[in-house]
Ligand binder design. Structure first.
Ligand code: BG6
Length: 489
């Protein structure tokens, strides 16, 4: 059955995430018939809004996506607002009454999705009250959806998890990493496990190195208040980059089912080589952008400390020490104010063991997965060049690029992930054990950097519009490699 019965309760309904991502995603699901007559949304936040006010905000956030005005009004009529203080037990009783009324009105069979689009410091309190005030139903499903940041180190993540786990089972906790909702990130499973040519080569006998870039052109925008205490390592590496590393290095799961996938992802992240401080110095580079091309330095952005030591760029060399990947350097980098917005993975294969074309230098085969902005997969091969010369060999590229029609049809990450929550499928979510091993890895880097603060990094050390500091290139040059993705070359 397509029309899924669900009550969404969104904590943080007046916020940016709800307006930019959640309401449009729900509207797409509505247009596709996954949500139809049997759904309702309760938006909560501290502000004293009315149902009408929320409905107006919802209409505005989906404006332009509708086929007709009637559709948009019908969709918005399923939204209800309840002003709510998350620390006030009495407010949960009021919320429960409304939830029960809507359950009856829309015949929702007690199915509830609690979406916490707010600061993690409230997760524990909300989870506790949902249970104690019996917003959690007995007859339907009850799923908790949470957003990052999931702690700021392993200890705080563990405390947060212990708190929530008292009230919700792991299988009902859906930790969002929006990169897992991206079409080409999900495609990694097909590339690896549906193609014998790749599955048989996907190991340390044939792969020379892996390169992952998550470049952004934007700076910190209005988020400096958050970003100053977080930095690129926690903002992008702990979650998005390590999730991609897990997808690229996990062993083949028994099946494409959440339990099987998460088992292998956990194992990959558990196999990350955790660095000693000295190794961090050799294998990780941090950067902060300085003014260039008319753009201000990070330290001159509003709400940023003029002496800030927060990194806006990270590059590193990672090892996953399992049987298939031990010894393969995985180079990663991410940064704000880089030359291009681009999320790209390059799998660089090893050279031929023997080159019979002695006059020709053979380029390595490279499989490139472009996640953003234009989804594509390409494979670099060597071919004979048409020529009268003896035997010239040169590289060609087989390229499958998503057409604009295909791109337009591709659901946005949040739409896919919300549908998965409705279906109860946690394949593309992050298990607690994954969070644990990711923090264990990241904490070792953070700790080494904090200890170096007596002898601190020299910031700023890269220009707006560049591909990061020189040291990020040297990391590869040192191994005889270079970044394949270089839009400035
Ligand atoms: C978020 C980070 O998780 O991901 C942001 O907090 C970053 O700082 C964003 O800009 C990047 O996401 P995307 O989908 O635009 O690559």
């Amino acid at each position: 059955m397509k029309d899924r019965k669900t009550l969404f309760i969104i904590f943080g309904a007046t916020g940016d995430l709800a307006q930019r991502k959640l309401y449009p995603a729900l509207f797409n699901l509505y247009q596709k018939g996954f949500l139809k007559d049997h759904f309702a949304v309760i938006g909560t936040a501290r502000r004293p809004w009315s149902n009408e006010r929320l409905q107006e905000v919802v209409r505005n956030s989906v404006a332009g996506m509708e086929n007709n005005a009637l559709e948009i009004n019908q969709f918005a009529s399923h939204f209800y607002y309840q002003a709510h203080n998350v620390n006030d037990t009495e407010h949960y009783n009021t919320l429960k009454k409304l939830a029960n009324q809507l359950d009856e009105k829309y015949q929702l069979d007690g199915n509830r999705i609690f979406y916490l689009a707010m600061s993690p410091s409230f997760f524990g309190t909300i989870a506790k009250h949902l249970r104690s005030q019996k917003l959690v139903t007995e007859n339907g499903y009850n799923r908790l959806v949470i957003e990052k940041p999931f702690g700021h180190d392993l200890a705080s993540a563990q405390a947060l998890n212990d708190d929530i786990a008292q009230y919700f089972d792991e299988k009902n906790i859906f930790r969002i990493d929006h990169y897992l909702g991206k079409e080409m990130a999900q495609s990694i499973y097909a590339i690896r496990f549906a193609n014998p040519i790749f599955s048989s080569l996907w190991n340390n006998r044939y792969i020379s190195n892996i390169q992952i870039t998550l470049g952004e052109v934007l700076g910190v925008e209005e988020r400096a208040g958050y970003y100053e205490n977080v930095g690129a390592l926690r903002d992008m590496v702990q979650n998005h980059i390590l999730q991609l590393v897990a997808l690229l290095t996990m062993n083949a799961p028994v099946s494409y089912k959440d339990v099987d996938i998460e088992r292998e992802k956990i194992s990959a992240l558990k196999s990350l080589k955790v660095y000693e401080p000295d190794e961090v110095r050799q294998n990780f580079v941090r950067g902060q952008y300085g003014a260039a091309s008319g753009m201000p330095a990070y330290r001159d952005e509003s709400q940023v400390d003029p002496q800030s030591m927060t990194e806006t760029f990270v590059a590193g060399k990672i090892f996953v020490n399992n049987m298939n990947f031990a010894g393969i350097p995985i180079y990663i980098r991410t940064g704000k104010r880089m030359a291009v917005k681009g999320t790209r993975i390059d799998i660089v294969f090893k050279d031929m063991p023997n080159n019979i074309f002695s006059n020709e230098k053979l380029n390595p085969n490279i499989l490139t997965i472009n996640i953003d902005p234009t989804p594509s997969t390409s494979l670099r091969l060597n071919e004979k060049e048409v020529s009268e010369e003896n035997y010239p060999v040169s590289s060609v590229k087989l390229n499958f690029k998503h057409s604009s029609a295909l791109k337009a049809k591709t659901p946005e990450a949040y739409e896919k992930l919300l549908l998965d929550v409705i279906k109860g499928d946690s394949t593309n979510f992050v298990h607690w054990e994954e969070v644990r091993y990711s923090w264990r890895f990241v904490d070792a880097i953070r700790k080494a950097w904090d200890e170096m603060d007596e002898n601190p990094a020299i910031f700023p050390n890269y220009d707006c519009g560049s591909m990061g500091p020189r040291e990020a290139d040297e990391l590869l040059i040192h191994d005889g490699n270079y970044w394949e993705f270089n839009p400035l070359r």
